[in-house]
Design a protein around this ligand. Structure first.
Ligand SMILES: Cc1ncc(COP(=O)(O)O)c(C=O)c1O
Length: 394
């Protein structure tokens, strides 16, 4: 039999990290009470008014093919929100509705990246983006964030990584896995480099609604001269607890959006029509549901940050945003992969190894505090603390 296409040798064939290890443990030991902090998804149910809107659409026969760009009312509502909240002047023709950020980012890269083009990715990174770049024959060039300042942007390191083949910077903001938000100063420094080297930006803002303590999320497309060279992708996934709905969107200049539409229409035609009706209710309805979920996630964040900082050999910065804490366990002198496996096997708490997000994440673990209710998080912290106290810190 002929072998698979060469592109399948890339990142895309890598594992799902601790998720697979936890599933294997569960299969081997049916009774294991595993607490899952490795998967990055909200614990909440989708707010009722959003579900009702999708149900009503179904009952009203919204079951046929729709607009290839996504529903016009949804694009108009998103464009209005971009203008008002993100301060980016976009119209409905500059929005494309997609199956989550995943499809938005993939189609964006499909339209911009040729074989050999370099895409700069900050590390620790969200590795699925790297897979996409490599599937397209692009080259991932990683630039480490400054771990001495809890993973802030290092403009000098960025400048050094730029070559004549550099085409794009992939900016995840707020940052999975480290839980930070780029400040206006950082974004202005980034902007200066982008303009100097005539680069594009793919801005993944999927955590723009998961923000704590009054921190401000700034869309890089809102900075002067950036709209023309930025493709912003976001989704209902994390902020509205709609990860399974698979509704996201891209905002970009119309010529790029129309290219992206050629990709998505060949790929999925368009996203599910009645799911888009639910998404419309999410944008146009009360945003109190988002605020309530953020309030509860902040309480969970505070719990685990305080508990972790009281454990031997652990330091944990306060995440400004996202659903993740990225504590530093390097004082234990154990490779992150091994520590994550030890914790899974000994405590049945599944946590992602920091090294899963690239070498810059070594010494850390990523814990999703948004995926479990408060009591379960307390239980997870009890188990980890007990385990660490039974070990000898070097
Ligand atoms: C940074 C980042 N981008 C994109 C995604 C995927 O988003 P979606 O489910 O909307 O495709 C995730 C999910 O964890 C993520 O963390």
């Amino acid at each position: 039999m002929k072998s698979s296409a060469k592109r399948m040798l890339s990142q895309a064939s890598k594992s799902f990290g601790m998720y697979e290890a936890a599933a294997k443990l569960q299969a081997e030991n049916n009774d294991a009470d595993i607490i899952h902090l490795e998967v990055g998804r909200p614990s909440f149910d989708t707010p009722t008014h959003i579900k009702e809107a999708a149900k009503t659409a179904l009952d009203n026969g919204v079951v046929h093919y729709g607009d290839l760009s996504g529903s016009l009312p949804l694009r108009e509502a998103l464009a209005a929100r971009y203008r008002q909240s993100n301060r980016v002047d976009v119209g409905a023709n500059e929005i494309l509705i997609t199956n989550g950020v995943t499809q938005a980012a993939f189609s964006a890269l499909m339209t911009q990246i040729d074989e050999g083009d370099e895409v700069i990715v900050f590390e620790p990174y969200y590795s699925q983006h790297n897979s996409k770049i490599e599937l397209l024959g692009g080259k991932v060039v990683t630039v480490a964030l400054d771990r001495n300042r809890h993973f802030r942007l290092d403009p000098e390191a960025l400048e050094k990584a730029i070559t004549t083949a550099s085409k794009m910077i992939l900016l995840v903001n707020p940052v999975n896995p480290v839980g930070t938000i780029y400040s206006r100063e950082e974004l202005m420094e980034l902007r200066a480099i982008v303009l100097k080297h005539d680069l594009l930006v793919l801005a993944d803002e999927v955590y723009e609604f998961n923000i704590y303590d009054g921190n401000q999320h700034i869309s890089i497309a809102s900075l002067p001269d950036m709209k023309e060279r930025t493709i912003t992708v976001s989704a209902f996934t994390k902020g509205y607890a709609m990860d399974g709905w698979r509704i996201g969107y891209a905002a970009a200049p119309e010529n790029i959006i129309s290219q992206m539409r050629k990709i998505t229409m060949n790929d999925t035609t368009h996203p599910c029509v009645f799911a888009q009706e639910g998404a419309l209710a999410a944008v146009t309805g009360s945003q109190a549901c988002v605020a309530e979920m953020v309030t509860e996630d902040r309480r969970r964040r505070d719990l685990i940050v305080e508990r972790l900082n009281n454990m031997p050999g652990v330091q944990c910065a306060h995440p400004q945003a996202t659903l993740y804490a990225f504590p530093d366990f390097s004082a234990w002198g154990i490779q992150s992969d091994k520590l994550a496996h030890d914790l899974l096997n000994e405590t049945h708490v599944a946590i992602e190894s920091g090294a899963f997000y690239g070498n810059a994440g070594e010494g850390h673990l990523r814990m999703c505090f948004g995926s479990q209710v408060y009591d379960r998080l307390e239980e997870a912290m009890d188990r980890i603390e007990q385990y660490l106290k039974s070990q000898t810190l070097p």
